[in-house]
Design a protein around this ligand. Structure first.
Ligand code: NAP
Length: 303
């Protein structure tokens, strides 16, 4: 049976550390760091994520400002709001919650955020610094995965890491961070041939595809470490029957509540083959929010 890589406890340690530093700076007369969160429209999942982020701000002593314009907000007005927040000396970090409504260009909006306030680490300047291995604001989710691996003493040097997914916010920066730590990295995506065969070569498998239960137990090399970034809400009982064969509790939740959250990896099957696995929920997710608080603190520091 694999070890459970529990993100919650480690996330709490990061939050405690941020709270201590914020309090220390406050007692030296500094104002608290301030995070501006922009949520356009009323996407229910985004509302849940924003609530979690605002709650973490309150827990750590970070001031949060919420902007909730309607879904119809024109792109120009969104960019004008970002410009105002860029110019506001009281705001240290700006987060535009994704996805944006269909008529808005997310890339244009994200590129508008001043790099020094880009606490999500999505701006090309910060992505470029990461590519060069230089300090900057780094994307929270892959940073969270790296923290998780470090906290559990996973020695990355020389490992073959397979990253499923090549998005700018998870897959690509994850691959760069692993490379920086001397792993040998393969990036896979929707056009990759023989995905199961490739995954079976991985000492470390990171799944960030957004496909519930894509990775089966038989795809995992015995003893591998598995990090599941995917967060999927499923309602289909037939899909549940297929992917929760080794997880009777998830199946029961799906039956009783009509929906359940799961990752991209079949967790129950992975636990039988791997040496360590992250759960969903409770794995990478809490660490991502803690990483956002750490980035906001970093953005507020002089220099
Ligand atoms: P994304 O932008 O949709 O990218 C998904 C990637 O997966 C793409 O590169 C895509 O390939 C690849 N892919 C899709 N289907 C595939 C398949 N059948 N086989 C192989 N590759 C496939 O997603 P994302 O933003 O990176 O997010 C990925 C997942 O992580 C989602 O479930 C998301 O909710 C979750 N997430 C979690 C957190 C957290 O805090 N835990 C944070 C961010 C995201 P192509 O490039 O070829 O299309």
């Amino acid at each position: 049976m694999a070890q459970l890589l529990d993100g919650k406890a480690h996330a709490q340690r990061i939050l405690d550390e941020v709270r201590t530093q914020v309090a220390g700076r406050a007692s030296a007369g500094a104002r608290p760091p301030c995070l501006a969160v922009v949520l356009v429209g009323e996407d229910p999942a985004s509302q849940v994520y924003v609530r979690g982020k605002v709650k973490a701000c309150a827990e750590t002593g970070i001031r949060s400002l919420e902007f909730r314009p309607p879904a119809e907000l024109p792109q120009a007005e969104l960019e004008a709001l970002i410009d105002r927040l860029n110019a506001d000396p009281e705001v240290d970090g700006i987060l535009v919650q994704l996805p944006l409504p269909g008529h808005q260009d997310a890339k244009r909006a994200l590129h508008r955020i001043a790099p020094g306030k880009d606490v999500d680490g999505f701006h090309p300047v910060n992505q470029g610094l990461l590519l060069e291995g230089l300090p900057g604001l780094r994307p929270c989710t892959p940073s969270a995965c790296m923290r998780m691996l470090a906290a559990h003493g996973v020695a990355l040097k020389g490992l073959h890491a397979v990253v499923l997914g090549r998005s700018e916010i998870v897959g690509k920066p994850m691959a760069l961070m692993l490379l920086e730590q001397h792993a040998t990295v393969t990036i896979a995506h929707s056009r990759t041939r023989d995905l199961p065969g490739l995954c079976r070569q991985a000492d470390l498998l990171v799944a960030a595809v957004g496909r519930p239960g894509l990775v089966e137990g038989s795809w995992i090399k015995p003893g591998a470490v598995v990090v599941d970034v995917g967060i999927n809400r499923i309602e289909d009982p037939d899909l549940g029957q297929r992917i929760f064969r080794a997880e009777p509790r998830k199946l029961a939740t799906l039956r009783d509540k009509g929906a359940v959250l799961c990752g991209d990896v079949r967790f129950g099957e992975a636990m039988e083959v791997a040496s360590a696995v992250t759960p969903v929920p409770g794995g990478v997710g809490p660490l991502t929010i803690a990483g956002l608080m750490a980035n906001t603190l970093q953005a507020s520091l002089p220099g």
